[in-house]
Write a protein that binds this ligand. Sequence first.
Ligand code: SF4
Length: 398
Amino acid sequence: MSFVADFNALPLDGLLKRSLSATPESVGEVLAGPRQATADFAQLISPAAGGYLEALCRRSQALTQQRFGKVIRLFAPLYLSNECVNNCKYCGFSRDNPILRVTLSVEEVLREARALKERGFRNILLVAGEHPKFVSTNYLLDCIRALRQEIPGISLEVGPMEADDYRPLAQAGAEGLVVYQESYNRAVYAQMHTAGPKRDFEWRLETPERAYAAGFRRLGIGALFGLADWRQEALSVAAHADYLLRKCWRAQLTISLPRLRPCAGEFQPLTRMSDRDLAQLVCAFRLVFPDIGLVLSTREPARLRDGLIPLGITLMSAGSHTEPGGYTGAGKENIHRTERGRIVDLGASEWATTRNGDLRATGQFDIADERSPGEVAELIRRLGYEPVWKDWDAALTA
Ligand code: SF4
């Protein structure tokens, strides 16, 4: 048994209908209760609940402070490689995109991590495209071993693996595994993922459970908003979170709320989710799942991030780069161009003209909040919260 069986039995159409037909009265009844249950989630994300946004925000803020204190954990993504065997229409790293690619050596990864450490980070998310030749289990193992003496919080966002492949990574010191389903809508998922192993919807859906079985103590899930209807996606994420809280109860669970950003390939969002919708969703997740971490990345612009911090966010990235070598320029010498998955000589192309200049690997997507980690930390303090760079150490569980 896995979440796939529960997901297949989920009455998504009915839940969505219930959400769209909610009334101010029915939402008021839900809010009148002492606490909100998973069954109330559809009401809380409804258009009718949009009229209660201020009340939702106040309640979400109070609950977050009660459970987490006035604390925001900070992390940074460290991109290891932008090689990928998949074609995902919305992603700059897609196999067929003619972009500049590189995989960092372990020494280069360490250089990047040290640069992040100098900026204050002790929580790092290692990110890579899915390409077993470049990003093998052994490569990841070498990266984790090289980093763990200096970086206490290491999480992974890499291509899904078997539990047996995850196990040595968790044992080596990686504490968290992040895997977004991207879209929980099977039809949209099939339309978006046109080549590569990622086409297997169910294999991806079961990934958090394999990671948990392998010993990861933090699990991160989410949908990429902008592909299918945001309420339908949110209902699926809520069902997934509810399942994982019951079945993988020893792990800490986080939900990310990424919205599509511009990237190579020029993909345009298929659906819209407004800033107000996003704020409402943060509150709905908080009210129904008081102890789940909510993650906000630099995909969102500074002003919106500042406004969302007090509403229920517990974990934020800052000063992010989405290209390998982005923090130090590491890996420059090995950057190459690929066309439809094949390496081509830079030759006299437009890329080559910058070879001795600012040649950088292509990023996964454009970030919107370009403030430095120090500026973000300062803003967090000004809002009356404490920025936390490190909240866990491997020595504590030895
Ligand atoms: S989303 Fe991930 S799997 Fe898909 S192309 Fe981008 S890096 Fe590769």
